[in-house]
Design a protein around this ligand. Sequence first.
Ligand SMILES: C[S@@+](CC[C@H](N)C(=O)[O-])C[C@H]1O[C@@H](n2cnc3c(N)ncnc32)[C@H](O)[C@@H]1O
Length: 280
Amino acid sequence: MSEESSVLSGEDPAYKPEFDISKPTIARIYDAILGGKDNFAADREGADAYMKYVPSSREVALDNRAGLSKGVRYMAEQGIDQFLDVGAGLPTMENTHEVAQAVNPNAKVVYVDNDPIVLAHGRALLATKESTTIVTADLREPESILNDAEVKRMIDFSRPVGLMVVGLFMHFHDDERPGDWVKTLLDACPSGSYLFMTDFADTGEPQQAAIEKAGLESLGNGWVRKPEKIKEHFHGLPLVEPGLDWVSRWFPGEPDREVPAAEDLEPHLRIMMAGIGYKE
Ligand SMILES: C[S@@+](CC[C@H](N)C(=O)[O-])C[C@H]1O[C@@H](n2cnc3c(N)ncnc32)[C@H](O)[C@@H]1O
């Protein structure tokens, strides 16, 4: 973290918050679970609810972050050099731009998050990078993302895009038709683009019910979904091998890689699934 960012830290008693810190937010609870410093008491209470119901919540979050790195690296290795990372979260380990730019130093990354704290805390981290930017916008209004001046400046929608909706979909109920929002973004991306998603899966196991309970208690959202339902949100795009799978078994583009049997994974590693769809 840069000096400016640490001045903004929620742990600094002199910090004058520019946000409503009385209510937890998804970004800050996730930060607290990951052991970050950009969170406040209400967020830490929210994180405690996760820990109460799912003591391995940090490992679940780290599992998701490992999946994020794998997915970004895969897309970058396929030649994707512009990424639209929706629901980006606060800067943490192996951020999208770091993974993508390790493969291709010229890769551009636009982070999108509806929580303004992401812009405030991310700006310091990204200040020196012209190829990386952060936009405050809401997936619920996908047109506002597409029409955002920064998005337009950075992303050339006539060329393939790596569209990312990672660790976000569980926060929307299907009654809200979140798939429609992603479809609007996907429709703006040309063939050769990818859609990368991770989500909480529901295969009927207790740890999955527990994480849903934690989310509903702390945030009022955070549902699990049947894998078939998660697949629907790829809108029929063929999935890159091995398809949709538990993150720790998921190595995109490496279908022959030896991975543990799903039933041998620890229960907390049977919460988060990942998949990448390819737009032909
Ligand atoms: C659990 S974090 C995931 C962060 C990161 N993508 C990852 O997987 O590690 C979800 C992020 O989505 C953001 N978010 C929630 N609702 C959103 C919305 N409607 N539009 C854009 N971002 C949203 C939250 O503020 C939070 O930063």
